[in-house]
Design a protein around this ligand. Sequence first.
Ligand code: SF4
Ligand code: MG
Length: 317
Amino acid sequence: APQALRVSDLAVHYAGRSGPPVRAVDGVSFSVAAGETLGLVGESGCGKSSVSNAVMGLLSPARGSIQVAGQEVVGADRGRLREIRTQMQMVFQDPATSLNPRMTVGAAVGEPLLVRGLARGRALRDRVAALLTEVGLRPEHADRYPHQFSGGQRQRVVIARALALRPALLVCDEPVSALDVSVRAQILNLLVELQRTHHMASLFVSHDLAVVRHVCDRVAVMYLGRLAELAPRDALYAAPRHPYTRALLASVPEPDPVRQRAKPRVPLAGEIPSPARPPSGCRFHTRCPMAQEVCRVEEPVWRPVGESMVACHFATA
Ligand code: SF4
Ligand code: MG
């Protein structure tokens, strides 16, 4: 059976204001199986949102392949993309901007079904009521407008809409970052529950390692357009192999997304270099506490270390 999502050697370039193109994503490969959640983490600007936008067909990669349920997204024309999109849905950071304020919640949730001619009239109303119930809202909420809901409830509406077509893949980009801390855990738990019930694959993009730990089976760590490490969740948090993963974990305030109160323990040193001119050799060498001479010259090979895949000359099991 094909993986729900297979990304191979993906590159995304943006035109630079002057000088070389910005290589936002520069050769990234991973896959996500049905029923699995893969976390994609890194600091802002590392390219993780470019990956999720490329997966959704919202931008054209410079090279590489993206297969959703076995169908190629890269180079697909609009009609083909529309077909593939029934297999993948996205939940963005801010539910306020992903819902039309003049559309009732019921119309928003039912729209994907109506537009594709999959349900109308009584059947559509019943489907919408079932979807609202599934995300913890009530059928009578269908007649209300987004502004009558809290941020958490609006994100539930967005999730109901994303589920309407029973997608094979759910792409979530910072789905709780704009929400009150008090409702984050509820929404994360809902996503986990739905992903399991529907055996969906999920690509979960976040800068927040505590949130990712809460929801993901495996975690991919991205730095300057490349993967630094990819590992099963428990292995990554218990025994991070890449110095960047270790630095990220050391800068996490609290391992609990509900009670983030402590200050960062060890802030990551140094600025992220420009992805238009990434450092030679290992891209992390300008900030790495373990960097040696070879790191400036030779790019580390992506290789297995224990249960993990790591790009570091000195990673050991
Ligand atoms: Fe640090 Fe060198 Fe490993 Fe890069 S290859 S992470 S610079 S030790
Ligand atoms: Mg982003």
